[in-house]
Design a protein around this ligand. Structure first.
Ligand code: ADE
Length: 253
């Protein structure tokens, strides 16, 4: 751990998701470790380190461990995109994870489906206080959305009155892009709001090290056959601005 450990880690899986956050850090300095670029600096005067986790659970677990063991961060906020699963979880909505589960974990018949061997559980909770603070930041960001995005972008993606949802988020090493797979997940785990590829790995590592975690995801698609969203453009024009807007609100209070 370094002498002045950054308090908050800000993590995304993809470059476009993190770009808006880096733009808010006036003094970021890059440090490369294990093939990852870590950006240390300040956001609203608070010590932060921002990093791309890479895609998938293994890359996420390595990144989480480095943030905790090498950088000594005291809390982690993961921000990115996810596919909507729950009824009414639409493109442009925001999902805050209260618990995360690896939907592709299956050590049955040795252990119940989805249970992580050795832990006696399938769900890992996020930190209540940090998630509550993020919920307030999300509500404020959504309220100010027209200023963040502009009317053209809102119209281009058909975003009308996006909502905040809180609950169970699934993670797995698969981009869910068929209605069939999406239905299987909805049937197996009816409470699931959204699916992504990293959050549950962060949650397991943060549980091991007792480090508070929050996971916020902008819904980029419905995890089905209908690829009605221009994914790269959505990342650049919408998700990146949601992330920077929420973190700006979170760290300025
Ligand atoms: N991230 C964004 N959309 C996703 C999807 N459909 N499946 C997994 N991860 C995602």
């Amino acid at each position: 751990m370094t002498a002045a450990a950054p308090r908050t880690a800000i993590v995304s899986a993809l470059h476009d998701e993190l770009a808006g956050v880096l733009a808010l850090m006036p003094d970021e300095r890059r440090q490369t470790l294990a093939g990852r670029d870590f950006w240390r600096g300040h956001l609203h005067g608070q010590e932060v380190v921002a990093v791309l986790s890479g895609i998938g659970k293994v890359a996420a677990a390595t990144t989480a461990t480095l943030l905790i063991q090498h950088f000594g961060v005291q809390r982690i906020v993961f921000t990115g995109v996810a596919g909507g699963l729950g009824a009414g979880v639409n493109v442009g909505d925001v999902v805050l994870a209260r618990a995360l589960l690896q939907h592709d974990m299956d050590a049955s018949p040795l252990f119940p489906r989805h249970e992580v061997p050795g832990y006696g559980r399938s769900r890992f909770s996020t930190d209540d206080a940090l998630t509550d603070a993020l919920a307030r930041a999300c509500e404020r960001m959504l309220h100010a959305l027209p200023q963040h995005l502009g009317a053209d972008t809102l119209q281009a993606f058909g975003l009308r009155a996006p909502r905040l949802h809180q609950g169970l988020v699934l993670s797995g090493d698969r981009f869910v892009a068929t209605t069939q797979e999406s239905r299987v997940l909805q049937r197996e785990l009816p409470e699931a709001l959204a699916v992504e590829m990293e959050g549950a790995a962060f949650a397991q590592v943060c549980h091991d090290f007792r480090v508070p975690l929050a996971v916020v995801r902008t819904i980029s698609d419905r995890a089905d056959d209908a690829a009605h969203v221009d994914f790269p453009r959505f990342l650049r024009d919408v998700a990146s601005r949601y992330s920077s807007g929420v973190l700006n609100m979170l760290l300025s209070t």
